[in-house]
Design a protein around this ligand. Structure first.
Ligand code: FMN
Length: 374
């Protein structure tokens, strides 16, 4: 199988990628106290510096934006300094790295808020299942507090400030997390957004918060360093939408007018991946449905094998492919793909939380020495 198509360079706004094998955001829950990335995270990301682009784990834009234990933030000076060590390590390898920024919305718990206040959401509707508290114990999700209209500029402001902080920390850009059931996705999908103000009801209204965030961030760091991740048809966090294709067609069409660095679409079969290894949901092909609406660069993600990634690019459905679990388990993934080498299996038991085990100790291929034949 020729992998040449994956190794063609391409431009993502202000970023030049040497090839099309991308490391997507992967939460690992190993940040230190105060959501400050530890030194070991610099090692982890530098190990994966042969990726065409590294997108960091989801990183909270504000105290209110946290929702999982030991995830990093980008809203304090200590967090910015911690991330600076990561970007320096990655840039020393000649690599590009963007920060994925998130507000978890209702996928959180009051124990993350110093004043014990409830998580916030578009509407007072609890997600199904259990939240993880900061101490990794599981408790049922609470009914969140619906954000007041007058609070939404503050949310936009926190996103904008986090993008400024990301640049100060040395990141090449930011990816706005509009996917996988977090706050911006909760606003987009009408199963979780029952608002009656200008941020609810029609899809134009439900997309307003995301587009304000995109425009706010573009104004401070440039559209060519601003990217968005979406998961149409995704049901993580109990999300649902009454008419996904027309609704997301509007959102993606609007994003397509904004000269962004890239759009990152997750395939619906990946909806189960965050929770289990079974990627059985395969009801729609988002790249095929929405690619024509976005003229800029597009990354596709979700259950891809090398063969599937090659086929997606060859068919014009995407410009680059993100491999999540394969990148966790194979720090030297691009080399392995090029060489057709076997892949280390992903160990789910070490994915979230813990120490170096399952984080920085996945083996790389032995160094290939040039063999001289006579
Ligand atoms: C351990 C783990 C953590 C993840 N964390 C994030 C995250 O922080 N942000 C995000 O957008 N997606 C996250 N995802 C989803 C991945 O980015 C990716 O879309 C998903 O794993 C499907 O790709 P794959 O089949 O190549 O693994 C995570 C997935 C896994 C397995």
């Amino acid at each position: 199988m020729s992998t040449d198509i994956l190794f063609a360079p391409l431009q993502f706004g202000a970023l030049v990628l040497p090839h099309r094998i991308v490391m997507p955001a992967l939460t690992r829950m190993r940040a230190g106290p105060g959501g400050v990335p530890r030194a070991i995270s610099a090692e982890y990301y530098a190990q994966r510096a042969s990726a065409g682009l590294i997108i960091t784990e989801a990183t909270a834009i504000s105290i209110q934006g946290h929702g999982y234990p030991q995830i990093p933030g980008i809203h304090t000076a200590e967090q910015i300094a911690g991330w600076r060590a990561v970007t320096d390590a990655v840039h020393a390898c000649g690599e590009r790295i963007v920060l994925q920024i998130v507000h978890h919305g209702r996928w959180s718990h009051s124990s993350y808020n110093p004043d014990g206040s409830l998580p916030v959401a578009p509407s007072a509707i609890a997600p199904p299942g259990n939240a993880y508290t900061p101490s990794f114990t599981q408790v049922p999700y609470e009914v969140p507090r619906a954000l007041e209209t007058k609070e939404l500029p503050e949310i936009v402001g926190s996103f904008r400030q986090s993008a400024k902080n990301a640049r100060e920390a040395g990141f090449d850009g930011v990816e706005i997390h509009g996917a996988n059931g977090f706050l911006l996705d909760q606003f987009l999908q009408d199963g979780s957004n029952h608002r009656t103000d200008t941020y609810g009801g029609t899809i134009e209204n439900r997309a307003r918060l995301l587009l304000e965030v995109v425009d706010g961030i573009s104004a401070v760091i440039g559209a060519d360093r601003t990217a968005v991740r979406l998961s149409p048809h995704g049901n993580l966090g109990g999300l649902s939408d009454s008419d996904t294709v027309p609704h997301f067609s509007y959102v993606i069409g609007e994003l397509g007018k904004r000269n962004l660095a890239y759009l990152h679409l997750i395939e619906p079969r990946a909806s189960s991946i965050g929770l289990a290894d079974d990627a059985s949901v395969d009801s729609a092909n988002n790249a095929a449905l929405f690619r024509h609406l976005f003229t800029g660069p597009l990354i596709t993600a979700g259950g891809y094998t090398t063969r599937m990634g090659i086929d997606a690019i060859a068919a014009g459905l995407a410009d680059a492919v993100a491999f999540g679990r394969m990148f966790i388990a194979n720090p030297d993934l691009p080399e392995r793909i090029r060489a057709g080498a076997p892949l280390n299996p992903f160990d789910r038991s070490t994915a979230y939380g813990g120490d170096a085990h399952g984080y920085t100790d996945y083996p790389t291929l032995p160094l290939q020495h040039e063999v001289t034949t006579v």
